[in-house]
Design a protein. Sequence first.
Length: 312
Amino acid sequence: MNCTKCKTKAAIKIPRHHAAFCRGCFTNFVHDQVARAIKSETMFGKDDRILVAVSGGKDSLALWNILLKLGYKADGFYVDLGIGGYSERSHTMVRQFADTIGVPSGAVLHTHTVEREEGAGIKELAQLVHRPTCSTCGTIKRYQFNRAAVVQEYDVMATGHNLDDEAARLLGNVLHWQEDYLDKQGPTLPASVDGFAKKVKPLYRLSERELAAYCVVNNIQYIVDECPMAQGARTLLYKEVLNRLETESPGTKQYFYWGFLEKQRKKRASSEGMLERDQALLHPCSACGQPTTAEMCSYCKLMARAKREVSG
Ligand code: Q46
Ligand code: ZN
């Protein structure tokens, strides 16, 4: 099979676009998909400072690379969770990328070390507060990522969620009719109030398989193993189901998720009203000042509980 663009020998087939590309044209295709996502969802401009959450996996490192290649000012933010060999290997991948591609392109890598800043690794913290590891991890990562973006005056926070992630999340939200989540699921979440940075997902037009291929084609080394704490059995099941549908009928995932975005766009006027209502419920956390709907934000509650457990 030949490349749809330049007619030389193709290296990868993209059935959902009825296309095949050689390595160079595939890289251009990926860059073009991200550029279209940034433009159509008004994510950011060339003067904005972007903070990219990097985990060492294929999606986040591909995202950082693509943004730098497209000429954006993108820095990295890595959270060292203190999960033994997994954290060591993922940190190595992030550092290696930063040293060879990020820093030479003018980018900076920020690192937050949970053992040092929160006083214990993520597993120990979760045990202390009697909560599942992933929910403790999510609270800390969301809080510290937002805090780093706000304190260091970034215009926007970017994460590496891809089409498979977003389609699986949408399927879960639809199956359980989580209307609140459905209203807020999208590639751009505006900065709601002072203290909450804007959040974007520039990879929502690309699949997991395409991002893995992009890393291979562009010599980006990434950590292949999943976090050992990952229990997302349900998300994996949704991804499997969607992959089966995709094999039978290429394009299903994108019709499903992009179709949802199209409908959401039409509803935008009313959802903006909803966002305003949500904002009215927010006020500063009594401990740290970050916006929250409760008296104290979930991060401060978690840390207060951990301290009580240690001292009591
Ligand atoms: S990193 Fe954290 Fe994930 Fe590991 S502990 Fe769970 S939430 S699985 S994305
Ligand atoms: Zn707080």
